[in-house]
Design a protein around this ligand. Structure first.
Ligand SMILES: *Cc1c(COP(=O)(O)O)cnc(C)c1O
Length: 499
């Protein structure tokens, strides 16, 4: 005999008229738990060892359900929220993650519940139209008169799609061996500072393994226009054909913006397509103080923007914007069941690499309609201003070396007081990062700058002030000094020095 409650639970728990109230209770339950965490949490992570985290997840039997959503949420609270990495905390200084606009988070629950897919008009109607309206607004901010675009899952996908369209345009009208032969000749030009998704896109698109031509940079990591010109000449002399130049508006490591005016004018003269990867720097488009850094972006052919970085949107929220809407046709496919070529409806799937696709545009829409673009711009200006103050402080610090300038919000530095060798300072970078990671109070990242390891901060929290960041950098310096003493003595265990 099955009990009444078992019989109830045997029904699928699908959102519909009977479960509307239960749905509201569950969302409220989740909201209450989240709100409590946000009130109480002050560190980005905990000091729970990775092995313990692993064991706790693996102790869970996925064949033995708890029976209801509230119990599962309680487990999520205990298992995940207690051990999450929190980007809004003062100690989170590591990667390109931002605290999120609460209005956009609320919109996230709306799009999840309605479960709209913005692939075809008949599945989304107003969803498609809202996405198109938001895209129009973004294209106008970029400076494209009649631009077009589509939301994507992230900068990686936006870049892949931009280069896919560029390749299809470069090979337009060719088939068979002619197309293959021509594809072998294609190159793209980018600097070593460009995001790794560019080089991987070249692989994915089946370009030849020497298809990424590296353009030199100046000392700050910006593309050298002179080098771009000479590389374009060399490519031409080799009988190869550039499908695009990729400029970066906010490099992931240094946060520097290439000179888009110069680069776009070189591209125009050479008749080469320009893609601007503004995944990081897109927030400059709404900045009151620093918009000029992306002047010239309006002369690009395509632009990648990550709203989940400098527009303070929840992951995922990104877009590829193109100057000429006809370019999408070069990459479109038509399926009889979905988007036949003679469809008279506005089907977003014609513009996307994805088919089923989240209605992420709703989140940015709600941000624009609640607090508006100027508020995003002020937050961008706040993090840029904060970063400049931190740079000045690090530059004066006796034990820290500032390693690179930035236009945006990264801080690249190393602990190396006088008398500490390069080898020791280099080795300490990874050790400091790991030691801080184990404690969970301050999270920093690391990278390699000019061949040497570097600690890295990416500041994307407009609520932080410079004093808070610098106090934490003193702790980073103290951690490095402690680890250095251990390295020198080779006797005391690391834990003793860290307390
Ligand atoms: C973050 C970043 C990307 C990748 O974006 P995702 O959203 O992480 O896929 C691409 N280019 C640049 C310059 C970036 O900073």
């Amino acid at each position: 005999m099955t009990s009444w409650s078992e019989a109830c639970d045997a029904r699928p728990h699908l959102l519909g008229p009977q479960l509307a109230e239960q749905y509201r209770d569950l969302v409220e339950d989740a909201g209450v738990r989240i709100a409590r965490r946000f009130r109480e949490i002050d560190h980005p992570a905990t000091d729970t060892p990775a092995q313990t985290l692993y064991e706790r997840v693996h102790a869970i039997d996925l064949e033995e359900p708890l029976g209801d959503g509230h119990s599962a949420l309680a487990e999520v609270d205990d298992l995940f929220l207690s051990e999450a990495v929190w980007f809004h905390t003062p100690g989170y200084l590591a990667h390109l993650n931002c605290p999120v606009d609460i209005n956009a988070v609320a919109a996230e629950s709306v799009l999840a519940a309605v479960n709209t897919s913005v692939d075809t008009y008949d599945q989304s109607r107003m969803g498609t139209l809202i996405e198109r309206r938001v895209i129009e607004w973004v294209a106008a901010k970029v400076g494209f008169g009649h631009g077009d675009g589509v939301f994507t899952s992230g900068g990686t996908q936006s870049n892949v799609q931009a280069l896919y369209l560029a390749r299809e345009l470069a090979l337009a009208g060719t088939t068979g061996w002619v197309r293959n032969r021509q594809q072998e000749r294609l190159v793209l030009l980018a600097t070593a500072e460009s995001h790794f998704s560019i080089a991987r896109a070249a692989r994915l698109l089946g370009l030849s393994d020497d298809a990424v031509v590296t353009v030199s940079t100046d000392d700050d990591g910006r593309m050298s226009p002179a080098s771009l010109q000479s590389r374009l000449r060399e490519v031409d002399l080799q009988g190869r054909s550039p499908l695009a130049v990729v400029a970066t508006a906010g490099s992931t490591d240094r946060g520097v913006v290439d000179d888009l005016r110069e680069i776009s004018s070189i591209c125009r003269q050479a008749g080469v397509r320009l893609h601007v990867d503004a995944a990081y720097g897109c927030g400059l488009l709404v900045s009151q103080q620093h918009r000029h850094l992306v002047d010239g972006i309006e002369d690009a052919d395509s632009v990648t923007l990550d709203f989940h970085k400098t527009f303070f949107q929840p992951v995922s929220s990104s877009a590829l914007i193109i100057r000429d809407s006809r370019d999408f046709a070069a990459g479109a496919w038509h399926a009889d069941y979905l988007n036949p070529a003679d469809a008279d409806e506005p089907n977003q799937v014609d513009k996307s690499l994805q088919t089923t696709r989240r209605f992420d545009a709703l989140k940015l829409f709600v941000t624009l309609r609640s607090t508006g673009p100027a508020q995003i711009g002020r937050s961008v200006d706040a993090v840029v201003g904060l970063t400049r103050e931190v740079h000045r402080w690090v530059a004066r610090h006796a034990e820290l070396q500032l390693l690179s300038a930035t236009d945006l919000s990264t801080v690249l530095f190393r602990w190396q007081p006088e008398g500490v060798s390069d080898d020791d300072a280099d080795a300490l970078v990874a050790e400091v990062r790991s030691a801080l990671q184990r404690q969970g109070r301050i999270l920093v990242a690391k990278t390699v700058i000019e061949g040497r390891p570097s600690l890295k901060l990416t500041l994307l929290n407009p609520e932080l002030d410079a004093a808070q960041v610098c106090t934490q950098l003193e702790e980073v310096a103290a951690t490095a000094a402690g680890l250095h003493r251990v390295r020198m003595s080779h006797t005391a265990p690391v834990e003793e020095v860290l307390v």
